[in-house]
Design a protein around this ligand. Structure first.
Ligand code: SAH
Length: 283
């Protein structure tokens, strides 16, 4: 249940409206909990990490941290930020410096998401080989459902100018599109983070979510999926199965297929055995 605290009437009637606006109102707003505030954290929001890939503007990192904190998220991971730590990031974070201080900086996307069983990537763009698409609200429900057991999950955001690259989107189970003006659909990075976090915050407070059906059989972690893809591609290459221009597209389609299927750990073992069978030298 969302709680709406009652505003106490603390304004003396003799105060003129203008004085109320300029002196009392700011004080009142400062001293009163925000109208829609909630307890600081919800368990499952703690397991959802926001991953920014190659953020170029430190201001966006700060604004993203602030966006996260307002919505009770705290896990920020930066992959190859152009400049971090930075004064500008601190400035834009305002009161969310703690999120910046705790942010993890990594060189490789795998280090940011490897331990996750669910990874979603935010992109406004249609990237040819389509992923299963979620809007931000559906994405929030899925993330919360799947992290209820305590497993970490990640939401990835791309770099400001070019967005999420295909090879990063390939590592995601779903693509998230924030519905927007179809002629102008690209949001500022921190605004996109804000909207996704807002949906998570709202969903966390909603009725208990139905857990995904697959919960009894956990999907493999991202690093196990990556290990399998590499094995499969080596096996296919040994047979010269994918060649020339089509190789890249073929690999992408295979990755998306298995990314969608979300094989469990047991199924991944089976798929490794199949890859060994395909491999010319049985490796
Ligand atoms: N010019 C880039 C957009 C970069 S905006 C492009 O065309 O892809 C920075 C990031 O914000 C994007 O990589 C994406 O992760 C997120 N983002 C912005 N608008 C979005 C939208 N409408 N839906 C989903 N993600 C969005």
């Amino acid at each position: 249940m969302r709680t709406v605290p009652q505003l106490r009437r603390v304004v003396h009637p003799s105060y003129a409206p203008s004085r109320f606006r300029s002196v009392y109102l700011p004080l009142l707003l400062y001293a009163t909990p925000s109208l829609h505030s909630r307890p600081e954290t919800s368990m499952s929001l703690d397991h959802i990490r926001i991953v920014l890939i190659e953020p170029q503007h430190p201001g966006n990192i700060g604004a993203a941290a602030r966006a996260m904190k307002t919505m009770s998220l705290s896990q920020l991971v930066l992959v190859r930020p152009r400049e971090f730590p930075s004064f500008e990031a601190e400035r834009r974070a305002v009161g969310a410096g703690d999120i910046l201080n705790a942010a993890r900086v990594v060189d490789d996307v795998g280090d940011a998401i490897g331990d996750c069983r669910l990874v979603v990537g935010c992109s406004a763009r249609n990237r040819g080989v389509l992923h299963e698409l979620f809007d931000a609200r559906q994405c929030a429900a899925q993330l919360l459902g799947e992290t209820a057991s305590g497993d970490p999950a990640a939401v990835m955001f791309g770099t400001e100018r070019t967005g999420l690259e295909n090879h990063d989107l390939d590592r995601c189970n779903y693509q998230v599109v924030i519905p927007a003006n179809e002629k102008f659909s690209s949001l500022n990075l921190a605004s996109a983070v804000q909207l996704v976090c807002y949906e998570l915050f709202m969903a966390a407070d909603g009725p208990a979510l139905e857990l995904p059906k697959r919960v009894a059989e956990y999907p493999g972690r991202e690093k196990d999926m990556e290990h399998f893809f590499n094995h499969l591609v080596r096996a296919l290459d040994s047979r010269e199965f994918l060649e020339g221009e089509m190789r890249e597209v073929g690999i992408m389609k295979i990755r998306r297929l298995f990314g969608r299927a979300r094989p469990s750990e047991g199924e991944l073992k089976l798929l490794h055995s199949l890859s060994r069978l395909i491999h010319k030298d049985g490796q």
